[in-house]
Design a protein around this ligand. Structure first.
Ligand SMILES: [Zn+2]
Length: 225
């Protein structure tokens, strides 16, 4: 193996100096262009924004060390991408259908203490992901949740029931989210697939909502603040 070729190849001091200039210029341009998009830093990116970031990364990265790539071409491409971004942003503000197309729509995951069935069945959302999100917000069971919404940037918005409307619901923490093997009469059980709560005669009862037959003991305690 030719180590000199791997690490140095035909690098000269002149080329090294050129790389320094290229990196400084492209680095400054990325910052400038990103400021130009009007974004104030990044927490969660929508798919659309992620696309922009990825294209910018590639456009900005290559000219940093590719000798025969004039910076002006890279800058031109960056300017174009940013203009397209601006145009798309403008269109999303103007036309709702366009926004739905490139940003997606917020999705209801929980309504009235129950998981929205079609979302789970379509596989748009895994239990684990959403349960973890709710647990981090101090929610113990679905009976506390009035609305759970998945925003287009991947964040969750959660509205809780007021204290006097908290009902029995599916537990979200692993120790309580366990399929029961026998039924105590007079106890509420929650379907582990969809959150439906019922008094069931035996642990093999099918859920009337989703046909599934795994039941966990339902909880109805209040949110601890
Ligand atoms: Zn069910």
């Amino acid at each position: 193996m030719d180590w000199a070729s791997i690490f140095i190849h035909d690098t000269t001091w002149t080329l090294a100096a050129e790389i320094v200039v290229r990196v400084v210029v492209m680095f400054s341009m990325i910052i400038l262009f990103l400021r130009f998009t009007g974004k104030r830093g990044v927490r969660q990116l929508s798919i659309f924004e992620l696309t922009i970031i990825l294209s910018l990364g590639s456009i900005a990265g290559d000219p940093m060390f590719t000798e025969d790539l004039p910076l002006i071409q890279a800058l031109l491409v960056m300017a174009l991408v940013i203009s397209l971004y601006q145009l798309c942003t403008w269109l999303t503000v103007k036309y709702q259908p366009f926004e739905d197309l490139i940003e997606g729509k917020p999705i209801y995951i929980v309504e009235g203490g129950l998981l929205v069935l079609e979302k789970i069945e379509k596989g748009e959302m895994s239990h684990d992901e959403f349960f973890a999100e709710m647990r981090q917000q101090g929610i113990e069971h679905l009976g506390q949740v009035r609305v759970g919404l998945l925003e287009t940037d991947g964040e969750f918005s959660i509205l809780l029931f007021p204290h006097d409307e908290i009902r029995y619901g599916l537990p979200l923490f692993p120790h309580q989210y366990q399929a029961v093997k026998q039924i105590d009469s007079g106890t509420c059980y929650a379907c582990m697939h969809c959150g439906y709560v019922d008094y069931i005669p035996n642990p093999n009862q099918h859920c009337v909502r989703c046909e599934c037959k795994d039941w966990a003991k339902a909880m109805n305690n209040e949110v601890i603040e």
